[in-house]
Structures are given as structure tokens and as C-alpha cells.
Design a protein. Structure first.
Ligand code: HEM
Length: 219
């Protein structure tokens, strides 16, 4: 199958990597051409926030998609996508701290404590840190696959926090946050369904446990 061959090729990772950087190039291009709107700080904050959430959702769709399409090779991209979600979250957070709050760390902390949508965004961001730190194959070995897998389920909590953060910050049109909420509900629902059907198909005693995946990332 052609798609299978493309996905398995060792050359595919590079174009995917460049594609993941495309939003950053686009932002730079718009900046150079003075197309960041009347309030560039707000524009950049929103732009990076949007891409953080999108990458979280894209990362979470890898597992259902690879199972539905019977393309286990897709797992090769999961770690990269998850790390790009973290990368855009770091940009988003840095822009908020550096440009919006002008490095007033007390002000940032007061905001985190006082404004529920900031508390939620901050929670989502903090939860991504252990996932990024433990995203290497060496860390999977160190933690043991089961423990690592449990830890990486935090990506769901982080994504849900991101959606709530978005929902709480929009003032009038809640269409987009609600679309994200619906996508998250489907992804979580699929996970729960897959978990129950896996339990139903538990191997008989003495059968070796399922093999670990060959690559790592938030699942
Ligand atoms: C998982 C982490 C996060 C995700 C997924 C996320 C996502 C988003 C999204 C989607 C938006 C709105 C974009 C739009 O309206 O087009 C946004 C805006 C914003 N986010 Fe985040 N965010 C996260 C973390 C944070 C953190 C840690 C902070 C700061 C502590 C933060 C501060 C803000 C601010 C100040 C805005 C703009 C609010 C406004 O203009 O009214 N976010 N974020």
C-alpha cells in the first residue's frame, strides 16, 4: 500500500517536521510584513494558543487513526507532534510572560491565582512539562512502559484544561471552543471504549503480555 510505504519511509519525518514549523514561519512572515493586526501582542498570543490546542488534538488523534486505518506505523509521528504541542505552548506562555506581563512574575502569579481561565491554561501547560521531559525512549525504559503510559495519559487532562481555558476566555462566540470540546469528547469516548474492549479480550493466563510500542510519545 502506497500510504503505508510513505508513512514508514525514514524520509517522511523531515517534511512532517517542516510542516509542523509552518505556523511559526507564517507568523514570522506576517510579522515582517506588518500583518499582525492592530494589537500584535494579542494576535501572537491567540495564534500560538490556537496552534497549541490544535497540536494537542492532532497528537491525540494519532492512536485512534492508526487503529482505524490499520496503520501502526503512524505511531512514529506521535512524539514529534506532542513535542510540537509543547513547543507552541512554550511560545504562547513566553509571549504572555514576556510581552503581555513584561516579565512581572508577581503579576503573572497573581493572574494565575485570580483569573480562572489563566489558572486553567497554566494547569494545562504545567501538565505538559513531565510529558515532554519523559518523551525519550530512555525515559520509557527508566520508568517502565506501564508507568510511563499512565503518566502520558495526562495529555488528556492537559487538552481538556486547554479547551476549558479557551471556553472561559472567549467573550461571546463560543462556537470554536465547543467544537474542540466535542472533538475531545469523541477522542476520550473512543479511549474509554477501546479500554473496555481490550479488557474484554484479556489474554489467557500464561500468555505473554502485549509488546510495548516501538516508539514513544503521549498517547
Ligand atoms: C495547554 C495549554 C494552553 C492552551 C492549549 C492554550 C490555548 C489558548 C487558546 C486556544 C487561546 C485563544 C486563541 C483565540 O482566541 O484564537 C488562548 C488565549 C490565551 N491564552 Fe492560552 N493556552 C494554554 C496555556 C496558557 C497559559 C499557560 C497562559 C498564561 C499563563 C495562557 C494565556 C492566554 C492568554 C492571555 C490568552 C489571550 C486571552 C485574551 O486575549 O482574552 N494560555 N490560549
Amino acid at each position: 500500500m502506497q500510504l503505508k510505504r510513505i508513512i514508514s519511509s525514514r524520509w517522511t519525518k523531515l517534511p512532517v517536521f517542516v510542516l509542523c514549523l509552518a505556523p511559526l514561519f507564517l507568523l514570522g512572515w506576517q510579522g515582517i510584513n506588518g500583518n499582525l493586526g492592530a494589537n500584535p501582542i494579542e494576535f501572537v498570543t491567540h495564534f500560538t494558543g490556537d496552534w497549541t490546542l490544535l497540536f494537542l488534538v492532532i497528537t491525540l488523534t494519532v492512536t485512534p487513526l492508526r487503529k482505524l486505518l490499520r496503520l501502526p506505523e503512524m505511531v512514529r509521528f506521535r512524539r514529534m507532534l506532542g513535542l510540537f504541542a509543547f513547543f507552541y505552548a512554550c511560545l504562547h506562555f513566553s509571549i504572555y510572560i514576556g510581552l503581555d506581563q513584561v516579565l512581572d512574575f508577581r503579576g503573572v502569579w497573581a493572574d494565575v491565582m485570580k483569573r480562572p481561565y489563566i489558572t486553567m491554561g497554566f494547569t494545562g501547560f504545567v501538565l505538559m512539562i513531565p510529558l515532554a521531559v519523559t518523551s525519550t525512549a530512555a525515559m520509557v525504559r527508566r520508568l517502565g512502559f506501564r508507568r510511563w503510559q499512565m503518566l502520558h495519559r495526562l495529555i488528556y487532562v492537559s487538552a481538556v484544561a486547554g479547551v476549558i481555558h479557551f471556553y472561559w476566555l472567549v467573550k461571546s462566540d463560543v462556537h470554536l471552543p465547543l467544537i474542540y470540546a466535542a472533538i475531545m469528547a469523541v477522542l476520550l469516548g473512543w479511549r474509554v471504549f477501546a479500554w473496555f474492549s481490550d479488557r474484554g479480550r484479556k489474554p489467557a493466563r500464561g500468555t505473554p503480555a502485549r509488546k510495548e510500542p516501538t516508539t514513544v510519545a503521549a498517547s
